[in-house]
Design a protein around this ligand. Structure first.
Ligand code: HAS
Ligand code: CU
Length: 551
């Protein structure tokens, strides 16, 4: 839905801000991806790390750079561009706020990354206590989170300005979605901020000598699950609001898209216990309640699947497609802007099914802490989300740098996505299978450690090394495309595609933009799901009890 302040091109000053985020994101991809390759090689048992570098050290670099840095910087860069494109250019104050956020995040990233590279923060991307890192690592993480709040505030400022100038109208869809994601991020990252500021930082500084481990893990997962939707929603922004334009169709329903985003806000936070189903100290009744809420948060993804099929089918039929699947032939398969995210979408069907397995208490007992889980998040995050992010970059980077996606790069981008899918089929597929055989995650078990059961895992570990090598080739390809689009592609105008709503769709009801209502409901649900179990955790495992001593 185009508004009066929406413009066809992102203002060059805002474009610079977005691009700054993308440079950091793609540097993180390069380094983090290399570490991933090394991990699969070590696990295959055919390779040892040189110079006394530890497996867990590179695993930490990989997880932090790809899971936390690449994602946060890419998302903030994309959302700045989306808001500026659809709600109007940032005011100087908003843009300044955005830059402050960017620099605070970048300083924090540098602090954390330096500590990891010095082997002083080998605590993996979840930094669970009692693993302890240097205090500079935790301070760096705090900077990243606070920086992202400032960055997000800039986006809200521009959206609020639009609302003020257009009373009674629903905000532009892409801006609305960016704001929901930012609000989700604010609310959930309070959990990790509390964990770091009140527990891990004082403990690493020696101010307290123990932490309540269960409390820290609970605060972490209060944040950790919505974190995965903070990653997913920008991909959904592209699927709902960008893809319809690229395929020459219409957004199936503006209201359905907004409702699904709001459902994510409501249900993605009070579900963290589904990561703690095997942990003692949490009453099973509360675990059960949060599992039910987890199944509720599957609904907006099912709505998304429905909506995407409807968009594809109606676009195809409008172009004369017939029969049940005739529309498939009418999709623009030669266009990387469509095909790359589409491959991500297709991967989300098995990926989501795996998530439902994880969420089912009994089945989680089989897969929890096995490498199945690693397989799960390489399909969700590292395939569906990341391929969509790549697909976005292929038009957004040239749009921001005043260049064009050339035919050659378009072709390379499609090849890249197929390479990625092939590599991930080997890697994630074999991780799922090996997990069912009981192979643990986060471990460097391999041929030479002589573990008895390991024999039946070996073929899968070799398949992972093959997949990891193919994926690394995929990373090299995406970096070539990124550098080309940022610095060398022919000058020109690349479109920032924004879909329009189907004229037959119902009018968007304003209740969907009643922030007091939605944020209020979110808080009520969180309080309901967490208050009593959290009191139990503090009361029954008080700070300093022997069981939770640091060691
Ligand atoms: Fe998950 C663990 C449950 C989604 C990421 N998850 C993780 C971890 C990560 C992660 C990183 O309940 C590991 C954390 C750690 O280190 O310990 N996950 C779920 C559920 C969903 C889910 C129920 N996860 C995600 C997404 C992620 C992500 C998205 C990243 C972006 N996950 C869990 C649980 C655990 C867990 C437990 C803990 C397990 C344990 O034991 O530790 C759902 O949101 C999934 C819903 C998705 C669907 C699919 C809809 C399909 C669509 C595509 C349509 C396709 C089209 C194309 C139109 C229902 C929208 C058509 C094409 C054709 C070719 C036909
Ligand atoms: Cu989760």
């Amino acid at each position: 839905m185009l508004s009066t302040t929406s413009q066809v091109k992102v203002d060059p000053r805002d474009a610079k801000l977005s691009m700054a985020h993308f440079y950091v994101a793609f540097i993180a991809l390069a380094i983090g991806g290399l570490m991933g390759l090394l991990q699969t090689l070590v696990r295959s048992g055919k390779f040892e790390l040189p110079g006394g570098i530890g497996y867990y050290e590179i695993l930490t670099v990989h997880g932090v750079l790809l899971g936390l840095v690449l994602t946060t910087f890419f998302i903030m860069g994309f959302q700045h561009a989306a808001v500026s494109r659809t709600a109007g250019t940032h005011s100087n104050a908003a843009r300044r706020t955005g830059w402050i956020g960017f620099w605070v995040m970048t300083i924090g990233t540098t602090m954390a990354a330096t500590m990891i590279l010095m082997n002083k923060a080998t605590v993996l991307y979840t930094f669970y206590a009692p693993l302890q890192a240097h205090w500079i690592f935790y301070a760096g993480l705090t900077f990243v989170v606070v920086g992202s709040w400032i960055d997000g505030a800039a986006q809200i400022m521009t959206y609020a300005k639009w609302r003020k100038a257009n009373p009674g109208k629903p905000g532009p869809l892409l801006s609305f979605m960016a704001v929901v994601n930012t609000v989700l991020w604010f609310v959930c990252s309070l959990g990790v901020a509390a964990e770091v500021l009140f527990q891990l930082l004082p403990w690493s500084l020696g101010l307290v000598d123990r932490v309540n481990v269960l409390e820290s893990r609970t605060l972490f997962w209060y944040f950790g699950h919505p974190l995965v939707y903070f990653w997913l929603l920008p991909a959904y922004m592209c699927w709902y609001a960008v893809i319809p334009k690229i395929i020459g169709g219409k957004i199936f329903s503006d209201s359905l898209a907004r409702l699904s985003f709001l459902l994510f806000l409501l249900f993605s936070i009070p579900v963290g216990f589904h990561h703690q189903l095997t942990e003692p100290g949490i009453d099973p009744a509360w675990k059960f309640f949060q599992v039910i809420l987890t199944f509720l948060v599957v609904i907006p993804s099912l709505m998304t699947a429905f909506s995407m099929f409807a968009t594809f089918e109606s676009a195809g039929r409008a172009k004369g497609a017939e029969g049940l699947f005739g529309w498939i032939k009418k999709l623009p398969w030669g266009d990387a802007r469509f095909t790359v995210p589409f491959i991500g979408m297709a991967a989300f069907i098995p990926a989501g099914a795996g998530g439902i397995v994880n969420a089912s208490n009994q089945m989680d007992q089989v897969v929890h802490n096995t490498i199945w889980i690693t397989g799960h998040f390489h399909l969700t995050l590292a395939t569906s989300v990341v391929l969509t992010f790549f697909g976005i970059s292929y038009w957004l980077i040239p749009h921001l740098t005043g260049r064009k996606l050339s035919k050659a790069m378009n072709k390379l981008a499609i090849i890249q996505a197929w390479v990625w899918l092939t590599g991930m089929t080997f890697m994630s597929g074999s991780m799922h299978a090996e997990g069912l055989l009981g192979a643990p995650r986060r471990s460097a078990f391999s041929l030479y450690n002589g573990a008895k059961q390991a024999a039946e895992w070996i073929p899968y570990q070799i398949a992972q090394a093959i997949g990891g090598s193919i994926l690394f080739l995929g990373i090299i390809l995406v970096l070539i495309i990124f550098v080309n689009l940022a610095f060398f592609a022919p000058k020109g105008e690349e479109e920032f595609p924004v879909g329009e709503t189907d004229p037959n769709a119902e009018k968007t009801p304003m209740v969907l933009e009643n922030w007091k209502l939605w944020i209020g409901l979110t808080i009520i649900l969180i309080l309901f799901a967490y208050t009593i179990p959290f009191i139990d955790i503090i009361r029954d495992a008080p700070l300093g009890s022997k069981g939770f001593k640091t060691w």
